[in-house]
Design a binder for this molecule. Structure first.
Ligand code: AMP
Ligand code: MG
Length: 426
């Protein structure tokens, strides 16, 4: 993998002081590499982990052709579209059971959902379509079914020898079930990513400390804790680090030696008087960006090293909303890549904007929004009041981010805009 300096030197139009979001994302993607280590975990513990190897199905699921309904297994040729047929019932098969004989013309078998299809039969007539006939007989009305109806084919879910899940997949509930259906008890997953983080700024106080005049409680460590936990990272919370060269340097070294990635907040803006930027630069290959975005313009990115250990560094801005936005739109993608996950772009949904939104082309804006269904049954998005990058309430009240792209201009009421919803089904 190329170094940050190499990646940047290949770009002809690189301007760290006016970097478009897409270019910053691309640089980060080109520089980070996945962790190699793999561990085997019990199936349940594999939830939300990244699958390390392809899983090849050892069996057919289902094992045999079987019935999708309670009813009668018949020969398709016996039940035409324009003639009713009365068939002789020669056996009953329950799920988990079987029938050794072969069904002949004019015969049928009573069958339950999931029971294997008897030899000779290719079609199931649901119970409710049939009519009682004489003792041991059933009448199938004309046109009740077509040949092949209500039969599940061997291997139609998963075929033996074929890939069932690809490496890089983040295992969700359906995948655990799918692995269980293959009888797989242990799953190879990438080791968890270790992420260390701390906050910088002399005005920060931790919960439990008195709030001195002019100070604020450190909230970034808690949003970061939440966001990193959701990604499934192993977390090292290093607290608030004072703005002192020796203390900062020590914190960066400890973080770098104990984690794959280091995330800090604060101290990366232009005019910052503190030592954060200086310490970052001393420890590695770090670049300082002013990104064409709102909120979150300043950001540091790079690789730091200490005592032969390397870590990827994200120096996020200090403002609480900017921290979340830069995490979601830069760090998230990089951390997933480091975790070995397949490319995982968040889907953008198009929703009409309830009101106009002022926007200048030339930067990407991430506004906090609420998607709701109006009295007319139509979904629209509205912006959550003040969009200041220090107003964390705007994030807490929102249920989506409205993405106003780099070249996009002012939005008029009723225009369609892209949103990313916070909550997903799984
Ligand atoms: P900075 O980027 O360090 O200039 O910080 C920008 C603003 O964010 C300042 O008002 C800081 O007080 C605030 N801020 C920085 N870090 C935190 C934090 N961990 N929690 C809450 N606010 C913060
Ligand atoms: Mg600061």
């Amino acid at each position: 993998m190329p170094s940050l300096s190499e990646v940047i030197s290949c770009l002809s139009d690189y301007d760290p002081n006016a970097l478009p979001v897409a270019q910053a994302q691309q640089i980060i993607r080109d520089v980070v590499t996945p962790v190699e280590a793999v561990e085997k975990v019990a199936l349940r513990s594999a939830l939300d982990r990244v699958l390390a190897h392809d899983i090849i199905s050892p069996i057919n699921v289902p094992q045999h052709d079987n019935s999708a309904m309670d009813g009668f297994a018949v020969r398709g040729a016996d039940v035409g579209p324009d003639k009713a047929a009365t068939l002789r019932i020669i056996a009953t098969i329950h799920a988990g059971g079987g029938f050794d004989g072969e069904v002949q013309a004019g015969e049928c078998v009573r069958i339950m959902t999931g029971a294997p299809m008897p030899q000779g039969c290719d079609t199931v007539v649901p119970q409710e379509f049939t009519q009682a006939a004489g003792e041991g007989e059933v009448t199938i009305p004309a046109g009740a079914v077509k040949t092949g109806d209500n039969r599940r084919l061997q291997g139609e879910d998963l075929k033996a020898g074929k890939p069932a899940l690809a490496a890089g997949k983040i295992l969700r509930p359906a995948d655990l079930g799918l692995l269980a259906s293959l009888g797989i008890a242990e799953v190879p997953v990438r080791r968890r990513l270790r992420v260390a983080f701390f906050s910088t700024g002399d005005e920060l106080r931790s919960i439990g400390e008195p709030l001195d005049p002019g100070c604020v409680y450190d909230s970034n460590r808690y949003t970061l804790y939440g966001m990193l936990s959701r990604l499934g990272c192993e977390i090292i919370d290093m607290g608030v680090v004072k703005d002192d060269p020796a203390t900062l340097s020590q914190a960066f070294r400890i973080a770098c030696e104990s984690a794959d990635a280091v995330i800090t907040s604060g101290g990366v803006s232009v005019g910052e008087a503190d030592y954060t930027k200086q310490m970052m630069a001393e420890l590695g290959d770090v670049t300082f960006w002013k990104i064409g975005m709102r909120p979150g313009r300043p950001m540091a990115f790079g690789k730091i090293s200490s005592n032969g250990r390397n870590a990827c560094l994200f120096g996020l801005p200090g403002n609480p909303v900017a921290v979340m936005v830069t995490f979601y739109f830069f760090a998230r993608d990089a951390l997933l890549r480091m975790m070995g996950a397949e490319e995982n772009r968040l889907p953008l949904m198009r929703v009409a904007s309830e009101s106009p939104i002022r926007k200048k082309p030339g930067r990407t804006e991430y506004q906090r929004g609420i998607v709701a269904t109006g009295a007319d049954g139509v979904q629209r998005v509205r912006i959550t009041g003040s969009q200041g990058s220090g107003i964390l309430r705007s994030m807490s009240e929102a249920n989506c981010i409205v993405v106003l792209h780099h070249d996009q201009d002012t939005v008029h009421a009723g225009d369609m805009v892209d949103v990313i919803l916070f909550e997903g089904l799984v």
